[in-house]
Ligand binder design. Structure first.
Ligand code: ADP
Ligand code: ZN
Length: 728
């Protein structure tokens, strides 16, 4: 075991690093400036906390909020690490203790606010100490390009001159390229190492449904998570208050949070949530920054956010501990209209961008395809799995419509008959056989496609239109979302391709249909072998110990640790040390109490303690591509025969871009490591070199590195082969 692994195990009780943690840690140890972009829950803190322990001197950690600093310091101390923070809320006593610890060298990590690093006195004071490095958390706050600019972060531009020769490391979960570049520039980093992680969060289960009886829908989620921590986001303050009152009326432990409340009340409710005195926080988007509670098991959106950036960030607060968590969005078209009205002028740059983002959010909600894939591609990364096993689409929760091909053909031919000049709502109106005046005026009731879908509700037809757009068979153009049939839509009309159409979620069925919910692979696995009753007892014990010490429950142990205890049921301290997340310090401090609880439970129930777990749990198997699509199957056969992409596209009458997508699936499905004949070997070698230099987290940097000479489609194929090579 090398030194870093040894520290990880001894201090944190973890057996292995998360992806890219070793790379990020190496940069810090070798004093190379870096920008590290990992998703929420990706384990950024360990990337700077661990090297701080291994290096001489004291690390300075910049953090934007006192609550964040406190949680991190509490968590470090619980693991026996010397850490302190300096901020305006400290008592004189605490301030003195911190100063003593710094002088004696006991403090390995010092948390400070960016404002403090703007004070000349404070900088002079720090210069007395040996500083190992500076790490900046939430580093995107320095950039105007981010969604969270904080003027006080500008003070950090002076760091490099105040502390010459000391490496600076920026950490953020904001992935966009301009923000990343801006962070490096603002901080004056010296050719920093840029480390970008995979933004997929496989443990999150995404479900999106039309909103109907919202309270019933919400209740069905909460019922699945009795006693767990969850966040419910509402668009308006009034909604927050209403929902909170209704939940409390049912005897549930819920509290409200929004910007209209007085500070004290808001803080009180936030603390209650963190300390697990309440299970549910009902909030506007004002809630969340500064919450690093790791065991949030569900996030519900009772309205559509205005962008996928917001959606991703809010959902990101679920499941930071890596255990399964559920993200449910209940939306209607009216959310879209509400936001649209609130957005700026569409004719201005800002307004156009905002509207585009809002449209993307709506398309995501309506799409009939994998949610994980859609999110990941939106953020510019490729998604490697054919079926995520963790979204409503891949778990097949919505009923697929029988006769989808015929339905789709009716819709597409109506779009064609309308001269490709009508929007989705009007098209649905005609298909439903409406006699509204505007339909009669235009003579559209005379069209052969009028009333073709009269047997279906208009909303449902509207929904199918969106689903067809989500699968690229239709495209919405111009200001009024005028529909046009795409080349792949024409393939559907010719019966060469069958789209997937789903029955719109009618709440009567899915809202209360708990039994219809399928468990994701992650959920099944993380509960594997866990004794639930014991888990509940250990959770109660955790709560009382947390209260005794006035720290949040997750500082004592994470949910992942409690489940592992309830799985292994250790009856000795030696056994306790083998539990996930139990380091030496926690074993010494809390082992006796927890082991005693476990012993008593085993005695009372007759269960045997000290279960030897089966060998390391297999990572959730990637479900095999269920290529139901006939065109894809034909394409696979042609690829098998070594046909070029152009030939296959021509032969099947489909766009080359779609064929490249199939080729990528094909390469993965067959685990090919050589892209010949689709990418020539010289190009393949160049892509390989480019990836060695800039990583394969995002396509753009690779593209730029190759002087924009290699098309994205080819880069994608090359990456798929390289990944196969790695996992071979
Ligand atoms: P981020 O700051 O990137 O959102 P955190 O640093 O808060 O993420 O880490 C999220 C959770 O994952 C924490 O509970 C942390 O202790 C845990 N964690 C970090 N690294 C590992 C690891 N290598 N193995 C298991 N758990 C880890
Ligand atoms: Zn999926």
């Amino acid at each position: 075991m090398d030194a870093t692994h040894e520290i990880l195990k001894r201090v944190w009780g973890y057996d292995s690093f998360r992806p890219l943690q070793p790379e990020a840690i190496a940069c810090v140890l070798e004093r190379r400036d870096s920008v590290v972009v990992l998703p929420t829950g990706g384990g950024k803190s360990v990337c700077f906390q661990l090297p701080a322990l291994a290096m001489d001197g004291m690390a300075i950690i910049v953090s934007p909020l006192i609550s964040l600093m406190k949680d991190q310091v509490d968590a470090l101390r619980a693991n026996g690490v010397g850490a302190a923070s300096i901020h305006s809320m400290l008592t004189t006593q605490e301030r003195r203790e911190a100063a003593e610890g710094m002088t004696s060298g006991a403090i390995k990590l010092l948390y400070v606010s960016p404002e403090r690093l703007a004070m000349a006195d404070f900088i002079d004071y720090l210069k007395r100490f040996t500083i190992s490095f500076v790490a900046i958390d939430e580093a995107h706050c320095i950039s105007h390009w981010g969604h969270d600019f904080r003027p006080e972060y500008r003070a950090l531009r002076g760091l490099k001159s105040h502390f010459p020769g000391i490496a600076v490391h920026a950490f953020t979960a904001t992935a966009t390229e301009p923000v990343r570049a801006d962070i490096a520039e603002q901080l004056g980093l010296a050719t920093p190492e840029i480390i970008v992680g995979d933004f997929d969060r496989p443990n999150l289960v995404f479900r999106v449904e039309k909103r109907a009886d919202e309270f019933e829908q919400l209740r069905s989620v909460i019922d699945r998570h009795r006693g767990d921590s969850g966040i419910v986001y509402c668009i308006s303050r009034k909604k927050v208050d209403d929902i909170t009152a209704q939940l409390q009326g049912l005897g549930l432990k819920a509290a409200a949070y929004h910007a209209g409340m007085v500070d004290d009340a808001r803080r009180h409710n936030q603390d209650a949530f963190i300390r697990e005195d309440v299970d549910i926080i009902v909030a506007t988007v004002a809630f969340g920054m500064g919450i690093d509670k790791s065991n949030v098991r569900y996030v519900v959106h009772l309205g559509m956010p205005k962008s996928l950036e917001h959606y991703q960030q809010e959902c990101g607060r679920a499941g930071r501990d890596g255990l399964e968590a559920e993200c449910c969005l209940f939306y209607t078209m009216s959310d879209f209209m509400v936001w649209k009205r609130m957005l700026g002028d569409e004719n201005e740059e800002g307004g156009r961008v905002a509207l585009k983002k809002l449209n993307d959010m709506l398309n995501f909600s309506n799409a009939a395809t994998c949610r994980h894939r859609a999110l990941i591609q939106y953020f510019g990364q490729t998604y490697a799995r054919a079926n995520c096993g963790a979204c409503d689409r891949c778990l097949d929760e919505a009923e697929p419509m029988p006769g989808a091909l015929e339905l789709a053909q009716k819709i597409l031919s109506c779009v064609a008959r309308l001269g490709q000049m009508a929007g989705p709502s009007y098209t649905a109106l005609v298909l439903a056989g409406s006699r509204e005046q505007r339909v009669l005026d235009k003579g559209h009731d005379k069209l052969s496609t009028w009333g073709l879908l009269a047997a279906h509700p208009q909303d449902q037809i509207r929904d199918w239109i969106e689903q067809l757009a989500g699968q690229d068979h239709l495209v919405k153009t111009g200001e009024y979302d005028v529909l046009q049939v795409t080349p792949s839509g024409r393939a559907v009309l010719q019966g060469q391709e069958t789209p997937r159409l789903l029955q719109a979620a009618d709440t009567g069925k899915s809202g209360s249909g708990k039994s219809a919910r399928k468990k994701s692979a992650g959920e099944k696995e993380s509960w594997e072998g866990v004794d639930r009753a014991l888990f509940d007892r250990l959770r109660a014990l955790r709560k009382s110990m947390a209260d005794e010490r006035s720290v949040p429950a997750f500082v004592i142990f994470s949910d992942a640790s409690l489940r592992d205890m309830a799985r292994k049921r250790p009856a000795t301290l030696g056994g306790f040390l083998l539990v996930h997340g139990v380091g030496r310090k926690k074993c010494e401090e809390m082992g006796e109490v927890f082991v005693e609880e476990i012993r008593q439970y085993c005695k009372a129930t007759g269960l045997s303690p000290d279960v030897t777990p089966p060998p390391a749990p297999r990572p959730a198997a990637v479900p095999h591509a269920k290529t139901t699509n006939a065109t894809a199957r034909q394409a696979f056969q042609l690829f098998e025969m070594g046909r070029s992409v152009a030939e296959v596209a021509e032969g099947l009458g489909r766009a080359e871009s779609t064929m490249y997508q199939y080729l990528e699936d094909y390469v993965r499905d067959r685990s090919l490591t050589d892209p010949h004949p689709w990418v020539d070997s010289e190009l393949f070698a160049r892509v390989r070199d480019a990836i060695a230099a800039v990583g394969d987290g995002a396509l753009k940097p690779i593209f730029l590195r190759l002087n924009e000479e290699v098309p994205y489609s080819q880069i994608r194929i090359a990456i798929a082969c390289l990944r196969n090579e790695e996992s071979a």
